[in-house]
Design a protein around this ligand. Sequence first.
Ligand code: PXL
Length: 281
Amino acid sequence: MMIMKKVVSIQDISCFGKCSLTVALPIISAMGIETAVIPTAVLSTHTGEGFKNYTFRDLTCDIPAIAAHWKSMDLKFDALYTGYLGSPEQVEIVSDFFDDFGTVDNHIIVDPVLGDAGRLYAGFTTSFVEKMKKLCAKADYIMPNMTEVSFLLGIPYTECYDEKYIKDALRRLAELGCKVPVITGVHYDDLQQGAAAYDSENDRFYFSFDKNVNYRFHGTGDIFSSVFTGACALGMDLQHCLDIAVRFTLDCIEATVPNIEETWYGSSFELCLGKLIDYVK
Ligand code: PXL
């Protein structure tokens, strides 16, 4: 009998729009991993480009009760994975969840969802960024994009950088207190794109690059961090986690390009789940 790995994903449900839990749940499940969820808010759509007047129901108050129930059942998880969080209070409650469910041998993965293209997402403020920095300190892995790097480090946003810049940023991200920062969407030119990581315990850098496709779709960060989380829970080494997350994110982007009119709000990741299943065989 194979004991299945178990992950809990803590983020919102954007009912329409393909991001956060509607991406994490199918992707991590496709990797053969049991995926528990804590929905932190219910939104009619995500808050990104193109959607206006979305609804937002905050579920922060439910999280401690869910955690207490699970604690009474002595539930254990191989990875705790958070994405978009809706308020500073919610970040604090999630931080308590890490204290309750973090163990020496499980992985805490924080995707510090703050913004994209140099700007914070709607509703986020600098005090929210400060709270997110504290949550990052409790994580084994964080996976910001370059916009999030700029807000976490308080440095200007740029898409013009070299390997030295990325290595310096990774070292400074580790100083926030996380063990392994991973920067996503790294590209030194138009030919390649990928991710860079720094294992601060071994003072080693890791890189994974694949083909660059010059399109940006909403939700690709969530795809990357979901696959990375799954790979981590399965016990893959850091290089392998990066490689599979970069590869699958590219698969999803390539599958979306022909559907761009139809799914401008998210990627066509569903078309690629079969490949993901093969990648983890
Ligand atoms: O993809 C990140 C994300 C998740 N959840 C919500 C969002 C976003 C990004 O805009 O708005 C609600």
